[in-house]
Ligand binder design. Structure first.
Ligand SMILES: Cc1cc2nc3c(=O)[nH]c(=O)nc-3n(C[C@H](O)[C@H](O)[C@H](O)COP(=O)(O)OP(=O)(O)OC[C@H]3O[C@@H](n4cnc5c(N)ncnc54)[C@H](O)[C@@H]3O)c2cc1C
Ligand code: SF4
Length: 354
């Protein structure tokens, strides 16, 4: 028989965009999200403004969600997970569990949009003290403070007079096996640096980087304004250690431009943590039987001209489930995956009636 309905697993920006793409062309979608809310990591992690233009994350995600939830062709299942996948391309049988019990649905194709998780800086081989020193925080922690318009030192509740970002925490690191660049953290750190300078004009803000990696327009829209307009100071250097000294933190490492050791006191340190596959991405790869790459992201097996196909026919992936991705990458691959999935189920249906 087969089904013309597409299942989208994951209700973050990627899953929402894919689901919207599917209903927009008149097809049916079942959107399966394991959390009790839509919007993905930007909502779960309290993102404030989105790069590059700084729009508030929450209303943006709400708008994306409404485009799906208001459409009669969308069946949205919150608090629901896929526990098994049987059947064949064109007629996959997914068993779902959620608050309403267990149910098996038939779908013709699947879009995997299960996203990423932030690297846990407690796992870092270098000595940054994320779990030891309260004034060492990570990008999403600062993002949550910025959303509340209140950036303070967790140790004493006072506004910091100096704050620095340490880039590439958990990315480009062979020792821990994450050799890849996480793509977004240079831009996100620079955006947050601007926001801190706007909120606390007396706070000196530094970014310690190995290389600054700004893609496309982020260079002109974030990086140059951060330096020229907001006086964020970029220091090319390797930070090897963060140590407490009195009520300060000492940044120890090497200024690689000057070729000399550096030791700089700071009030607050922000670790620019990278992206790793979410637990859900790893788990769904196993349940659906699709190939993962060496880092645990979904393997787009067909190469750069077909970046959303997995090694199972009728199963596509998008967004950060495929690897580090910003929102633009995410919604682009999601639209691509939606189109491929709809084309797949329709071609199956047409073949069956021919
Ligand atoms: C610190 C930081 C800040 C960032 N800020 C920006 C920014 O300002 N601008 C920008 O362009 N990009 C930003 N990004 C990148 C952005 O967060 C991602 O591009 C985007 O969230 C990817 O969307 P996604 O839908 O693929 O994944 P996610 O947002 O991770 O969503 C995945 C969804 O899948 C769900 N899920 C997971 N497993 C399952 C399962 N088994 N069953 C059902 N559902 C499941 C999750 O609950 C979640 O809702 C930032 C990234 C980081 C690390
Ligand atoms: S985007 Fe920047 S901080 Fe993030 S991994 Fe790449 S180079 Fe490092």
């Amino acid at each position: 028989m087969g089904s013309e309905t597409v299942a989208v697993i994951g209700g973050g920006p990627g899953g929402l965009r894919a689901a919207h793409g599917i209903v927009d062309v008149g097809s049916k979608v079942v959107l399966i999200e394991k959390r009790e809310f839509l919007g993905g990591t930007p909502i779960a992690e309290n993102y404030a403004g989105l790069t590059p233009h700084g729009e508030a994350a929450e209303p943006q995600m709400q708008r994306m969600a409404e485009l799906v939830t208001s459409n009669p062709n969308a069946d949205v299942r919150l608090g629901t997970e896929v526990v098994s996948c049987e059947g064949e391309p064109g007629a996959y049988l997914l068993t779902l569990t959620g608050a309403d019990g267990t149910e098996t649905i038939e779908v013709g194709a699947i879009v995997l949009a299960t996203g990423f998780k932030h690297f846990d800086p407690g796992r870092e081989t270098q000595m940054y003290g994320y779990y030891e020193f309260p004034d060492v925080i990570a990008l999403p922690d600062l993002e949550a403070m910025l959303k509340e318009h209140s950036v303070v030192r967790p140790s004493n509740g006072e506004a910091p007079k100096s704050l620095c970002f340490i880039q590439c925490v958990g990315s480009r690191d062979r020792q821990i096996g994450n050799e890849y660049c996480s793509k977004v953290c240079c831009g996100v750190a620079s955006k947050e640096a601007i926001e801190v300078r706007e909120l606390l004009p007396d706070c000196k803000v530094y970014i310690f980087y190995i290389d600054m990696r700004m893609y496309g327009y982020w260079e002109s829209e974030i990086y140059w304004p951060a330096q020229e307009k907001h006086h964020v100071q970029y220091v090319k250097g390797m930070v090897t250690e963060v140590l407490p000294k009195g009520d300060k933190l000492i940044i120890r490492g090497e200024d690689t431009t000057m070729g000399r050791p550096m030791e700089i006191p700071m009030d607050m340190v922000v670790l620019s943590v990278g992206m790793e596959p979410s637990v859900g991405t790893r788990e769904m790869a196993r349940v659906l039987g699709v190939k993962q790459n060496r880092y645990g992201f979904i393997d787009a097996v067909a190469g750069p001209l077909d970046p959303v196909s997995t090694d199972r026919e009728g199963i596509y992936a998008c967004g950060a489930a495929l690897g580090p991705a910003d929102l633009e990458d995410t919604v682009s691959s999601a639209s691509n995956a939606a189109l491929r999935a709809v084309a797949f189920v329709r071609s199956r249906a047409a073949a069956a009636t021919a």
